[in-house]
Design a binder for this molecule. Structure first.
Ligand SMILES: Cc1ncc(COP(=O)(O)O)c(C=O)c1O
Length: 225
């Protein structure tokens, strides 16, 4: 038989996996299961942390406290390479200087990361702003889905990460391609690249976001007809 797992690793919203949003109740039940079974809960917040879903950590909304959290990508605030693995002190088995490596401790990234934390995370402004911009995205996606209901259009997301999907899985790639021709860079995600993935900069202005959403709506329209 299979031994009991040592840990569970999860994203609260699957980024590359197709923007699948875990419900807060599901995350709380997972945390309880991990506690009951003496397994560690690891949240990979590399793509969904640093304010992407609103709060600094994506799991804050659910109220859970993971045992280990990974962050990377925008943690340095300036595009410099940096990643962090945060864990409870009880789990720290390293002696000072033991966990070393050639490229560890990228000093300029620590400086820019500190500046980013002090600029954006000493008050709740960016969290509120992300919620408002998220509503703006949701309204546009709702309108797109209403217009293209016959194509099975549906959307999902949180904060400033959203996915748009059609019954025909090849649509997402065609829409991303058309959007690119219209001047909008947009990715796809999901196992079959079947989801159009919206991941705008958290510092985008409402006008810029509006322009992007209009371009997306136009690209969908031109592909769907
Ligand atoms: C959820 C998630 N975890 C891990 C990684 C890998 O991060 P890194 O390149 O910092 O190892 C990525 C990169 O796309 C990611 O989206």
């Amino acid at each position: 038989g299979l031994n009991k797992p040592a840990a569970v690793i999860v994203e609260t919203v699957q980024g590359e996996g197709g923007i699948n949003v875990a419900r807060p109740e599901w995350l709380r039940a997972l945390k309880e299961l991990c506690e009951r079974q003496d397994m560690l809960l690891i949240v990979d917040d590399i793509q969904m942390g640093c304010g992407r879903t609103g709060a600094f950590f994506s799991f804050e909304e659910s109220g859970i406290t993971p045992d280990i959290v990974t962050v990377s990508k925008s943690i340095s605030g300036y595009g410099l390479p940096m990643s962090l693995c945060l864990f409870r002190p009880e789990l720290d088995v390293w002696e000072p200087g033991e966990h070393n490596g050639t490229f560890r401790g990228n000093n300029p990234a620590f400086v820019t990361a500190t500046a980013a934390l002090e600029t954006y995370w000493t008050d709740p402004h960016i969290t509120h702003q992300t919620a408002l911009l998220g509503q703006q995205v949701e309204q546009s996606l709702l309108a797109i889905c209403d217009e293209h209901r016959s194509a099975g259009a549906r959307y999902r997301g949180r904060g400033l990460v959203w996915g748009l999907e059609f019954r025909d899985k090849s649509r997402a790639g065609l829409i991303a391609q058309r959007a690119f021709e219209l001047g909008l860079l947009i990715e796809t995600s999901g196992p079959e690249s079947e989801v159009v993935k919206l991941l705008p900069a958290l510092t985008i202005t409402p006008d810029e976001l509006d322009e992007g959403l209009s371009t997306l709506a136009r690209a969908v329209w031109e592909v769907e007809g």
